[in-house]
Design a protein around this ligand. Structure first.
Ligand SMILES: N=c1c2ncn([C@@H]3O[C@H](COP(=O)(O)OP(=O)(O)OP(=O)(O)O)[C@@H](O)[C@H]3O)c2ncn1[C@@H]1O[C@H](COP(=O)(O)O)[C@@H](O)[C@H]1O
Length: 114
């Protein structure tokens, strides 16, 4: 399956910021300095905003939802970068799951007698 070049480019920017931890002008560098507590707090906040926007009516609500999902994905990318992971790793996992029903996959995990 083809890779998303935007995600690859964004991960490259995040990698770049890891090499410039003191950069005052970089939002990403600030997040990386704060580590999992700071990045995680933003992810929690953005996830709540995604759920909130999920209920908002009309085109404005739909547009707001897109923005909030973008924030959530972006901050998740920063956390992946912080742990020396890449969006490719997530794509690989989604590709591995592709075409496997979640119900079937879960059933295959069940072991007899457990
Ligand atoms: N895609 C993004 C991106 N998406 C969201 N954000 C920032 O994430 C923050 C989202 O937080 P909120 O919406 O909660 O706003 P807030 O500033 O916390 O304010 P409140 O709502 O809490 O009052 C904002 O500061 C956004 O600017 C992003 N910051 C950076 N990027 C990308 O990362 C690149 C590197 O950024 P720098 O490291 O800053 O150069 C940029 O060129 C962009 O490509």
């Amino acid at each position: 399956m083809t890779r998303s070049s935007l995600m690859t480019d964004l991960m490259a920017v995040i990698e770049d910021r890891k090499g410039k931890p003191e950069s005052e002008k970089s939002y990403v560098a600030g997040l990386l300095r704060g580590g999992v507590p700071k990045i995680g707090a933003k992810i929690t906040e953005e996830a709540a905003e995604v759920v909130e926007a999920g209920d908002e009516p009309g085109d404005e609500g739909r547009s707001h939802l897109v923005k909030e999902v973008a924030d959530l994905v972006f901050h998740s990318l920063v956390l992946l970068g912080h742990r020396d992971l890449h969006w490719d790793d997530v794509e690989d996992e989604l590709a591995r799951r592709f075409g496997i029903s979640g119900i079937d996959e879960k059933a295959s995990r069940a072991k007899p007698g457990h």
